[in-house]
Design a protein around this ligand. Structure first.
Ligand SMILES: CC(C)=CCC/C(C)=C/COP(=O)(O)O
Length: 291
């Protein structure tokens, strides 16, 4: 009985090319079925690049018994190595499986929750309300509102808080644009791209800019405005419902919003750490006072 071929690390190779005589795939044997002696570690591409991974279209599922080999009897002509994106990893890590499962759950849940994604959706009648909520967390009203309040503020303390809110909003826009541009996750297929004033990176969905802003601004408000308890609860509710509405509108997947909340929360910690004051950023305050 022939022992399985092994790669450089001593791991058995997947026998996608037929082994020695007797294999049904070799020389037109009757069954036409490939036998995988074992899964190959994807970290040994040099050992046998054509066997290490299979192209999906050439896997036995797709082409039973029709592996493209040179004619029977001649030595097997190995196809050229496949480009990385055409390869199928036969031995995904535990982390890979966990991530893929999370992604599948995310897509399934997001589709289920996208009940306002269109006028004809099951909750289509609530869509206008969700879009109103969308505007309440949009960057433009927050930026314009902060600039307006800054121009009207006549106390030093007020100006300091507003200056930092402005800095938070700009930092948020920058970080979200950066991550969206790096990750480039497409928005859900059921989303209608009818958002008010978007930037070019807003065709991507990870993370949700509304969720980051909601978390950042609400944490900011709770820390710097003296509010009665019912109002504090309202601020938290607004942030939560705004995040949920992103998924209901079909704009985002659940993970976009969850990460957005996390990022916004962390952004506030950055802002708090780098808090701008007339002591550490006198130029900013002097310049503004001269306006
Ligand atoms: C142009 C400015 C100042 C802000 C863009 C705000 C915007 C459209 C963000 C996208 O949010 P989602 O990622 O939640 O869809």
């Amino acid at each position: 009985m022939p022992s399985p071929r092994r790669n450089a690390e001593g791991r058995p190779l997947a026998a996608c090319a037929p082994s020695s005589s007797g294999s049904p795939a070799h020389g037109g044997g009757g069954g036409g079925r490939f036998e995988f002696q074992s899964l190959l570690s994807s970290r040994a591409p040099g050992a046998d690049p054509t066997c290490a991974r299979l192209r999906a279209s050439e896997s036995p599922v797709h082409r039973r018994g029709s592996f493209p080999l040179a004619g029977a009897g001649s030595s097997p002509a190995l196809p050229p190595p496949l480009p990385e994106e055409d390869r199928m990893d036969l031995n995904p890590s535990f982390l890979g499986i966990a991530l893929r499962s999370l992604l599948a759950i995310d897509l399934w849940l997001s589709k289920k929750l996208g009940v306002c994604a269109g006028e004809s959706s099951s909750w289509g009648s609530v869509r206008p309300l969700m879009k109103l909520l969308e505007i309440s967390g949009h960057g433009i009203p927050w930026l314009l509102g902060t600039l307006y309040c800054l121009s009207r503020s006549d106390s030093c303390a007020g100006r300091e808080v507003l200056m930092n809110l402005l800095f938070s909003l700009l930092l948020d826009l920058l970080l979200v644009a950066l991550i969206k541009g790096l990750v480039r996750r497409r928005r859900p297929a059921h989303n209608q791209m009818d958002m008010f004033f978007t930037l070019s990176v807003d065709k991507y969905s990870f993370p949700s800019g509304h969720a980051t802003r909601a978390a950042l601004v609400s944490r900011f408000i709770l820390n710097h405005l003296v509010l009665a308890i019912p109002l504090r609860v309202l601020v938290v509710l607004w942030a939560f419902i705004l995040g949920l509405s992103r998924v209901m509108l079909g704009r985002h997947n659940v993970t976009d919003v969850a990460f957005g909340f996390f990022l916004g929360y962390m952004q506030y910690s950055i802002v708090d750490y780098c808090w701008l004051s007339p002591h550490n950023a006198p130029v900013l305050f002097v310049l503004w006072n001269q306006q």
